[in-house]
Write a protein that binds this ligand. Structure first.
Ligand code: CMC
Length: 428
């Protein structure tokens, strides 16, 4: 096999290096394309463009494979805690017992928010969207810890900044919810695990501490593990683009939160539940919605279906579908939306439109039903995604520095007016 790609252009031949990744993914290195040929490539939405080399996460969309640092998602989902998974994603290896203890202690130490931050939450309107609060508060928190405003890319400085972020994001999220429902803030309890502590800060009431059942804690842990990283998606690419200007970690992930918010990305989990609710309320047959999703002149899409990379089942949706069944059973609950979701999946799997386009349920299709079962309110779903994705964002920000990534600066092809002269207003 040739180790060069040959491009024939304007009667000349140009050679470009080929590169093969550790899972045999191949690329043509066009770093010098413009310099050598005067041409750029056009790839709107970046479906064919690699933006970096990465050791963190591997996705094979054709086979439905997802691995963090080489470990299959199925194994991590079954056996690992979110904190262990976060350590793996950040540092490349599963932690020893000692390292896990130190890491957990560090998360525990950084969980409280500065007292003055309380006033910033209190100044917000109660209907402020939690994703806007999360993004703003991440930058706000950094103001109270000026040492994280320095760009720590390795060593103890990075360890501390990463732990601070991973821990405080959970407190910010819970406080955003408490503020919205007009209830007093709960302070983190250092005796609780990462997941229990979050649930305690969300749901404990004065004189009534919330102790989650093991089923609920396990379900939240699973949700977070499944969202911990997913290579160069929209929000992670945003974190890398912002970080490439050497912006600090907090401001980079704050931009990541904004990118995640949209309904085509992390906002899809709440959009799925809204869609299922609407189907239930309307009493209309599912085929009406499928028809609408297929109609060329209709912007309606089946939320929770389709993926840029997976052209087969998203392995996370398979895990979640099974987990939702188990959790509802163990909690002795029923959710009519689950029946609608299952039926919708069944119908689309037999439909030529969905088959031809390889549209399968993605991670967001069943995750909302899991979050509903554990009592998380709808407008918090994308925030839950952001808490889960934090290790991936941090690891990608870290890696771009380790790999000395150049500042991100795509080119464009200009299609506007040619040069023209300014005319005084009375001549226009
Ligand atoms: N319902 C109906 N048709 C769809 C859907 C859908 N959910 N998704 C894609 N299509 C059609 C689309 O209309 C197009 O058809 P045609 O070739 O006839 O024009 C074809 O499938 C390819 O779609 P695309 O928009 O070019 O695909 P994309 O890779 O640009 O977009 C996506 C991927 C996930 C944004 C899209 O599938 C979508 O909008 N899905 C619904 C929102 C959603 O569930 N998002 C969560 C994504 S997974 C978690 C995450 O990354 O956040």
């Amino acid at each position: 096999m040739s180790d060069k790609a040959i491009l024939s252009l304007d009667g000349k031949k140009f050679e470009f290096d080929l590169f093969t990744g550790s899972e045999n993914e191949r690329c043509i290195d066009i770093t010098h394309l413009r310099k050598e040929t005067g041409y750029i490539t056009m790839d709107q939405g970046f479906g064919n463009t690699g933006s970096c080399f990465s050791d963190i996460t591997f996705v094979d969309g054709a086979k439905g494979i997802l691995r963090y640092r080489g470990y299959p998602i199925e194994e991590l989902a079954e056996k690992a805690t979110f904190v262990e998974t976060a350590y793996l994603i950040l540092y490349g290896e599963l932690p020893s017992a000692d390292k896990l203890r130190n890491f957990s202690n560090s998360l525990r130490e950084h969980a409280p928010l500065h007292t003055n931050l309380k006033h910033h939450f209190e100044g917000l309107p109660s209907d402020a969207p939690p994703m806007a609060i999360l993004s703003a508060m991440l930058n706000m928190v950094s103001c109270f810890h000026p040492e994280v405003l320095d760009v720590h890319t390795k060593g103890a400085g990075f360890d501390r900044t990463a732990a601070l972020l991973l821990s405080k994001v959970r407190t910010i999220a819970a406080w955003a919810y408490r503020m919205a429902v007009g209830k007093p803030f709960n302070h983190p309890n250092p005796n609780f695990s990462y997941c229990s502590n979050f649930l305690h800060m969300m749901f404990s009431e004065p004189y009534q501490e919330y102790i989650p059942s093991p089923v609920v804690e396990k379900a939240l842990n699973l949700f977070l593990v499944l969202h911990a990283d997913h290579e160069q998606n929209c929000s992670t690419s945003t974190v890398r683009v912002v970080g490439s200007s050497r912006a600090n970690l907090f401001s980079s992930v704050s931009a990541g939160v904004c990118a995640l918010w949209g309904p085509l990305h992390g906002g899809a989990n709440s959009a799925v539940i809204q869609m299922l609710e609407e189907i239930k309320e309307s009493g209309r047959p599912l085929t009406d919605y499928i028809k609408m999703a297929k109609a060329k002149n209709n912007t309606f899409r089946l939320m929770g279906f389709g993926h840029r990379v997976y052209k087969n089942f998203d392995p996370r949706s398979l895990i979640l579908k099974k987990a939702v069944d188990e959790v509802l059973h163990e909690l002795n609950m029923e959710d009519p939306l689950l029946d609608i979701a299952r039926e919708l999946e069944e119908k689309t799997l037999q439909d030529d439109y969905f088959k031809e386009r390889n549209l399968y349920p993605n991670v967001d299709f069943y995750s909302g039903i899991l979050l509903r079962a554990i009592g998380i309110p709808l407008n918090m779903y994308p925030v839950m995604f952001a808490i889960g994705r934090m290790p991936g964002w941090i690891a990608n920000w870290h890696e771009l520095h380790a790999h000395k990534q150049r500042i991100s600066r795509p080119r464009q092809i200009y299609t506007g007016s040619n040069t023209r002269s300014y005319k005084p207003i009375e001549e226009r």
